[in-house]
Structures are given as C-alpha cells and as structure tokens.
Design a protein around this ligand. Structure first.
Ligand SMILES: [Zn+2]
Ligand SMILES: [Zn+2]
Length: 434
C-alpha cells in the first residue's frame, strides 16, 4: 500500500499543473511592498523572544487582509489562518522573525543602528541571518493568497515564529514552544513548508536536499576549577586557562581523529571562554561554552560520549577538576522524501528547471526540525546573492548581505506550493477513493 501511495504521489507530482491565471498581477503588486517590509524590518531588528514590534506589524498586516489572527503564540509569535473557498487539507507556512546580537557593518540606507542588551552585555542587533526576508516573503504570500481564496482548496496556516536562533537562557521559545502550545493543531496541519534565504546562493536559484538536510545542534558548558595564584608563581597554583587550552585541543581531536568524516560532517566549536581579571593573577576557574553539530545519530552519540570522558580526564591530568554538560538544542532537519518528490514539479515550474538544484547537507541547524518531527515538512534554500558577485559573506556576520530582488521568487514558490499541495491532495484522495 505504501508503494502504491508513493507511486500515486509520484504520478500526480509529475503531471504538469497549469499556471494559476490571475496570480501574476498579484505577484507584481506585492513585489515592491515585500522589499519595503523587509527593509523596514531590517532597520528595526529585535532579538529572540523580544520581537514585539515585528509581531505587531505582522498581525496588523494579516488583519488588514481579513485573515484570522492569533497573537502571543510562544510569547511573540503570530499565526494567521486563511480558509479557502473550498474545504480540503491544511498546509502550514513558516517564517522565523528574530534577529541576532551583531553590529551591522554594511553601508545601507536601511542599515540597522539598533543596540540592545544580551546576557548583560551591550550588543548591536542585526538581521544577520535574513529572517527579515522570511517575514516579508510570508507577509507577501499571505497577501497574494488572501486575494485568491477561490483557488484555495483547504486552509493555509501562516506561522510567524519567534526565537529561531534560540531563546535567551532560562526562557522557552521558538518552534518547540509553538508545537507545545498546539500551533500544528486546530485546524490540524497536514504538511509544512519553510525556506531560508542564502547569502551565497545566487538570486533566482532554489537549493534543496531530500532527507537529512541540516544538522542536529547541541550546546555544551565546561567548567574548569583550578587554584588561584600570583601570575609570577604558577607553581603555587593550578592554571585553568592552560588546562582549557588542552581541553579545546582534545575536543578537536575527537573530530579530526575519531569520526569518519567521509560519512557525514561533524563539528565541535568552543564559542566563548571566560576566565581571569588581571594580567598578573592566575584565576581560580574558567568556563567555556560551545556547540556540537552532527548529521548522523550514531556519530552524535559517539562524540557526546567522548566529550564526557575526555573533559574531566584532561583536567585531572593537570590536577584540576572539570565538569561538562551537554544539552540538545535542535534536531536534524529532515525533508520528507515523498513530499519533496510531490512538490518538485511546482518548484521547477515557478523557478525554471535549471534553477532548482540539489545541495549537500548543511552543518547549520534549524528549529524547523521540531515541526518536521510532528508533520511531513519541506525546508529549502532561496538565493539572496546578487548574480555575478564574487564576494559574499556568511550568515551571522556583520557584513552579511541579501539582495532583496530575490524575494519575489520566494513569494511565488511558497504561494504555488501551497495551492498545488492543497489541490493535489484533493485529486489524490479522489483518485484513491475512485
Ligand atoms: Zn541563523
Ligand atoms: Zn536562520
């Protein structure tokens, strides 16, 4: 039965669906608005779980379109429900809305000069991952679809998600909290689509991978306790800074000497070390925090086990005591292969065959994975790099830059994927019943 269903999905997916008449004028009318929204949001970024003004803008827009709106979902999230003229399945579209603690270095008319406080430190705030583009694209999709309810056979749920980058320590948030609060229920979501802009993929291009696509992310905290002494007399203390250096070295050998990197990629990064106050004091302790990225469950278990063994052992060798705690942050982003097959013809029709390309797995993580744990999902990448550009900057950096001429393709793709998914689901059911 499963094979039969897959075959049906494949056959239906392969058949060419005609373009929807009348959509073109709506795509055109929304194109500049999407860019304006994106630039406004870019200039007014807000950190995870603090997206108050961004949420207000989204809710106001959805209400103006006559879409049913829920606010305050997972703190600052906004959910819109648009019922089509005919009954059918429920498709969810997700955009994340939060920014990062980064000082923007780009020279743009809509550059962010916003500062805030993050973990007690003054920081710049910047949409350095491009979630401003996701928000604007989904606002555009909502506008186009709300004008075309006659073409919708079912319901579209717009999920504007806070805190994708992770809630501040001690707070809940993001996709996990949205799922917990029932965002995929009432009406029950059958499938979910999401996209991520990419600063190193040319405008006009869509990239995707079937199956495991983005890594599981974990965070770790290491505490090294030594013995404080005068900086001139190291022999009378135990130096936690020197021991931290040995630990970092040891952790990197797990990656370079112990895991089979030809099978899948894996990463351990120490992102912060905190220790000491003065040049002539050997401090008592050091703290390190960092991240682990894995794309394979066995590899994840091995790396975790070896880190737990190695950290206390290395410290012990130098007379110190070290503890390590590892926490799960995000699961593997897994694109349902049947859903991918089903939606590829739509993507190719909208973007053009040669512009829809496969790609390797990514060691970045996405909390979209929490939605995909509940319902089949398809998460893909949208080009945001100016064609012909030789230099582009990665996400999460002060020079990260997106060419917003690429956003309209995002609007078109998500709009038609939604319409096709709902229409195909109906024809699929009908055929199976028949
Ligand atoms: Zn990010
Ligand atoms: Zn992101």
């Amino acid at each position: 039965m499963k094979n039969f269903l897959s075959l049906m999905l494949f056959l239906i997916g392969s058949s060419a669906f005609a373009q929807y008449s009348g959509l073109e004028k709506d795509y055109k009318s929304v194109e500049n608005k999407v860019i304006e929204w994106r630039r406004d949001i870019h200039q007014n970024p807000e950190l995870s779980n603090r997206e108050f003004k961004t949420a207000e803008k989204i809710a106001k827009h959805l209400r103006s379109l006559g879409i049913e709106v829920q606010t305050g979902v997972a703190h600052t999230g906004v959910v819109g429900i648009l019922k089509g003229d005919q009954d059918g399945k429920v498709i969810a579209l997700r955009a994340d809305i939060d920014a990062l603690p980064v000082y923007e270095r780009n020279d743009l008319p809509y550059k962010s000069n916003v500062t805030s406080e993050f973990l007690g430190e003054k920081v710049g705030v910047m949409h350095a991952c491009g979630h401003d583009t996701h928000t604007a694209i989904l606002m555009g999709v909502a506008e186009v679809l709300s004008k075309n309810k006659d073409k919708i056979k079912g319901t579209v749920k717009f999920i504007f998600q806070p805190a994708e980058e992770g809630p501040p320590p001690g707070e809940e948030g993001g996709a996990l909290l949205m799922v917990k609060e029932g965002v995929l229920k009432n009406p029950d979501v059958d499938a979910i689509f999401g996209l991520h802009i990419n600063s190193q993929t040319p405008v006009g291009v869509i990239r995707y991978k079937s199956g495991g696509t983005m890594a599981a992310a974990q965070s770790f905290t290491i505490n090294v306790k030594g013995k404080q002494s005068h900086g001139s007399q190291p022999w009378s203390g135990i130096d936690p800074i020197m021991i931290s250096a040995k630990i970092i070295d040891g952790l990197q050998t797990i990656i370079s000497r112990e895991v089979n990197l030809t099978q899948e990629a894996a990463v351990i990064t120490v992102g912060k070390i905190k220790s000491g106050v003065r040049f002539n004091i050997i401090p008592e302790s050091a703290e390190m925090i960092g991240t682990i990225r894995t794309l394979d469950y066995d590899m994840k278990d091995h790396i975790n086990k070896r880190m737990m063994e190695m950290v206390p052992d290395i410290a012990k060798a130098y007379g110190a005591v070290a503890t390590i705690e590892i926490k799960d942050a995000t699961d593997i982003t897994y694109n349902d292969p049947a859903l991918v097959e089903q939606m590829l013809p739509t993507m190719k029709r909208v973007a053009g065959d040669s512009n829809v390309q496969t790609q390797n797995a990514v060691t970045g993580a996405e909390d979209f994975s929490y939605f995909q744990r509940e319902v089949p999902g398809f998460f893909f990448f949208l080009g945001g790099m100016t064609p012909g550009t030789t230099e582009s900057f990665p996400h999460h950096t002060p020079d990260f830059l997106i060419d917003d001429s690429g956003l309209n393709l995002g609007v078109r793709t998500l709009t038609e994927m939604s319409l096709d998914y709902l229409n195909r689901s109906i024809s699929n059911d009908t055929k199976i019943k028949g």
